[in-house]
Write a protein that binds this ligand. Structure first.
Ligand code: FAD
Length: 290
């Protein structure tokens, strides 16, 4: 029997009061898809669970001049189906659509997924590739953290005591760029990725690479930005040879865990293959005339 007290604060002030009162013995809960399993497995044993669902204003999706602001309590299903996200951030809609099954996506939230810090999750590579930031709120105010800096280690994120993730700011992809999120699923369609890669590429008028962002998932203790591969491609002609040479560099930065999805060596090889494919497909998605 797992004993805990469930609270359902109706406002942020009430939530901060509970976080103050119960300190490390409290955990907030959004969709509960990760926390409940961790509690059943005794990996988390909070005496107080603070449900976020009664707090208003945390599940809206708003278009802004720079991008889209997504409330922390938006479900993955809500995000993949949002007309604003589909129109303005198709890469993000696609990455959320690739998570597990509709049953999970109907419950799991963007905020819960990010704070959970599982390196195999689909949204982080896509969010990092667009330069998204997380808004952390405490009784002292707001702190904005690039999603790229949010992940510290395996299931460890930069969330300070008393802080709650309240929203995610996602910039639009650069004008004239092409973007793609690839999830390698050799087992079943609803599995976690064996390897995943998000790539965003833009091109100069002479056909050379203007800018590129490459982010991998499932191949280390956090999502990994492949800056060496990006640097190798930026400014160079987007030829097969240059793309292959850049993709080969990811083998030096990934450090996959061996599991039933494959050996570390196999995943390292697939990281190279899927990086190459992601860059090639992102280039193919560059709108005509760019
Ligand atoms: C069967 C199954 C299959 C899955 N497959 C995939 C997959 O293919 N791809 C994928 O990407 N993911 C997958 N997932 C993981 C899923 O995406 C995460 O469980 C989910 O994103 C967590 O969100 P949640 O809202 O349920 O978080 P919760 O379980 O409510 O919380 C998770 C953690 O975040 C904390 N937290 C929650 N919200 C906040 C907040 N706003 N501020 C601060 N802390 C917060 C909680 O205290 C807890 O520590 C799968 C999960 C399951 C159960």
């Amino acid at each position: 029997m797992i004993e805990f007290e469930y609270h359902h604060p109706a406002s942020m002030d009430e939530l901060f009061g509970l976080l103050d009162r119960y300190g490390e013995d409290a955990r907030v809960m959004a969709g509960g898809t990760a926390l409940v399993i961790q509690m059943k497995q005794r990996l988390a044993q909070p005496g107080h669970v603070l449900g976020l669902r009664r707090i208003g204003g945390l599940n809206s999706i708003e278009s802004t001049a720079e991008g889209v602001r997504i409330g922390a309590l938006c479900t993955q299903r809500q995000i993949e189906n949002s007309p604003v996200v589909v129109r303005e951030l198709p890469l993000i809609a696609d990455a959320f659509r690739k998570v597990a099954t509709p049953r999970i996506r109907n419950m799991a939230t963007i905020g819960g997924g990010l704070v959970n810090g599982d390196p195999s999750q689909d949204p982080p590579p896509a969010l990092i590739s667009l330069g998204a930031s997380a808004v952390m709120t405490s009784k002292n105010g707001e702190r904005v953290v690039p999603v790229e800096d949010l992940f510290i280690d395996y299931y460890e994120t930069d969330v300070q005591p008393g802080e709650v993730l309240t929203g995610v700011l996602v910039p639009h992809a650069p004008a004239g760029s092409g973007a793609v999120y690839l999830k390698f699923l050799p087992r079943t369609a609803d599995d976690y990725a064996t390897v995943s890669v998000a790539a965003v590429v833009s091109r100069e008028a002479d056909g050379s690479c203007k800018d590129v962002r490459i982010v991998l998932g499932s191949v280390g203790v956090t999502a990994i930005r492949a800056t060496q591969a990006e640097d190798a491609l930026r400014g160079k002609p987007l030829t097969d040879e240059n793309i292959r040479a850049a993709a080969a560099l990811v083998k030096d930065v990934v450090d996959p865990l061996e599991d039933f999805r494959g050996s570390a060596e196999y995943k390292t090889d697939m990281a190279e293959v899927f990086t190459r494919r992601a860059v090639e497909q992102a280039i193919a998605f560059i709108p005509a005339g760019n």
